[in-house]
Design a protein around this ligand. Structure first.
Ligand code: TXA
Ligand code: MG
Length: 324
C-alpha cells in the first residue's frame, strides 16, 4: 500500500471506532470525529474543554453529500459553493433531521465546509459519515498549522494525527450565514470580503455578531498566547522603549522585516516583505513559537486592514490579553 493510502486507512479505522483523529486542512488542523457518533463528538468537547453550546463545523467531500443534510441550499449559497469549494469557506444552512442537535448545539442551522486538502478529501470520500472538526487546539488557544503543534497540545490523548504537512492558508475559514434571504459574514477568514462580494454584491459583515456573538467561538477573546500579548497599530520605537522599562524580556513581531535593533529586544517578522498571504500562513506558527520562548511581553503589529488583513487583525485583536 502507498504511504498515503496507509495513513488514510489508519485514520479511517480510528474514526470508524469512534475515536478522534487530527486532520490536515488548508486553513488549520482539525480535531475530527464521526458527526453521527454522539460519544465521539463528546470526546471533542472534553478534550478541547470546549463549552457544549459552541457548535461544530461539519466537513464533507462534495456538495451532493451536503444536499443530503439540509432542507435547501439558497441560490446564492450554491454560487459561493461552486466558486469556493473545496476551500476555506464555511456556509451555515438549515439542517434536516439527519444532522443531530448535539452537532449544532441545538441550532436549526448547521455549518458546512469542503476543505481543500487532498488527504482529507480522500479520507472523507472513504467514510460513510461526515466529520465534525473544530480547530485542533484547547479552547481559547492558538490554532495549529502543523502536525507537531497538535501533538504538542494533546500528546497521546489523540490516537492518530493524519500528517498532511503545513497548512497553506494559516487562518480559519470565512463563515457565511444565509438566513431567509440575506448573506452575512459571521467570521472573517481566508476568503476575503471582496472575493465574496464579487459573487454576492449584497453580502454584509454582520456587525451585530461582532458586538454580540451568536456562538461563543466568535466571542471577542480567543486565540490567546500564554505570554502577555499586546497588539499595536504600527511599531513605534518610543513606546517599545517605554515597555522595555517595565518588562525584562520583550519580543516584537512586525508584519515585514524591519531593519531596526534595540539592545535586549528580539525582533521577529510574519513575512520578509509584508505579503499578506505570507503573513496569514505564518501567523499562528510564529505566535506559537515566540510564545514558547519565555518572554515577559510580546508586542505585535497589526496588518494593513484590507483584504485578508481584516481576518488577520481579527485574530490578533482577539489574542490581545493585556490592558497595558
Ligand atoms: O478553517 C476552519 O474553519 C477550521 C478547520 C479545521 O476547518 N475549523 C474551525 O472550527 O475553525 P472552530 O470550531 O475552531 O471554529 C468554528 C466556528 C466557531 O466559532 C463556532 O461557534 C462556529 O464556527 N459555528 C459552528 N457551527 C455553527 C453553527 N451551526 N451556527 C453558528 N456558528 C457556528
Ligand atoms: Mg477554533
Amino acid at each position: 500500500m502507498k504511504e498515503n493510502k496507509l495513513d488514510i486507512y489508519f485514520a479511517k479505522s480510528f474514526l470508524d471506532k469512534g475515536e478522534l483523529v487530527a486532520i490536515p486542512t488548508e486553513t488549520v488542523y482539525g480535531l475530527a470525529a464521526n458527526a453521527f457518533n454522539k460519544e465521539a463528538v463528546e470526546k471533542i468537547y472534553e478534550l478541547k474543554k470546549r463549552p457544549t453550546n459552541n457548535p461544530l463545523i461539519i466537513h464533507c467531500h462534495s456538495i451532493e453529500q451536503i444536499e443530503q443534510f439540509v432542507t435547501e441550499i439558497p441560490k446564492e449559497a450554491y454560487e459561493l459553493a461552486k466558486q469556493f469549494w473545496p476551500g476555506p469557506l464555511t456556509i451555515l444552512l438549515k439542517k434536516n433531521d439527519l444532522i443531530p442537535d448535539y452537532v449544532t448545539a441545538g441550532s436549526e442551522y448547521a455549518a458546512f465546509r469542503i476543505p481543500n486538502h487532498s488527504l482529507t478529501l480522500e479520507l472523507l470520500q472513504q467514510l460513510d459519515y461526515p466529520l465534525v472538526a473544530p480547530s485542533a487546539n484547547p479552547s481559547n488557544r492558538i490554532s495549529p498549522t502543523k502536525a507537531i503543534h497538535v501533538y504538542d497540545y494533546f500528546k497521546s490523548a489523540i490516537p492518530y494525527i493524519l500528517d498532511g504537512g503545513d497548512c497553506t492558508e494559516g487562518i480559519e475559514s470565512t463563515i457565511v450565514h444565509f438566513d431567509e434571504k440575506n448573506a452575512k459574514i459571521l467570521r472573517p477568514g481566508s476568503i476575503t470580503f471582496q472575493q465574496l462580494f464579487y459573487v454576492i454584491p449584497s453580502i454584509a459583515i454582520d456587525q451585530e455578531v461582532q458586538e454580540k456573538p451568536i456562538a461563543p467561538g466568535l466571542s471577542k477573546k480567543h486565540y490567546s498566547p500564554i505570554t502577555a500579548f499586546k497588539v499595536i497599530d504600527k511599531i513605534d520605537l518610543r513606546s517599545i522603549i517605554e515597555y522595555k522599562s517595565k518588562f525584562n524580556k520583550i519580543a516584537v513581531i512586525t508584519c515585514k522585516k524591519e531593519h531596526v535593533s534595540i539592545v535586549e529586544i528580539d525582533f521577529y517578522c510574519y513575512s520578509e516583505n509584508g505579503d499578506i498571504d505570507q503573513i496569514a500562513t505564518n501567523l499562528y506558527e510564529l505566535l506559537l513559537s515566540v510564545d514558547s520562548k519565555g518572554y515577559d511581553l510580546i508586542i505585535s503589529e497589526l496588518a494593513p486592514e484590507v483584504g485578508k488583513g481584516i481576518a488577520i487583525n481579527n485574530r490578533l485583536k482577539r489574542a490581545n490579553n493585556t490592558n497595558l
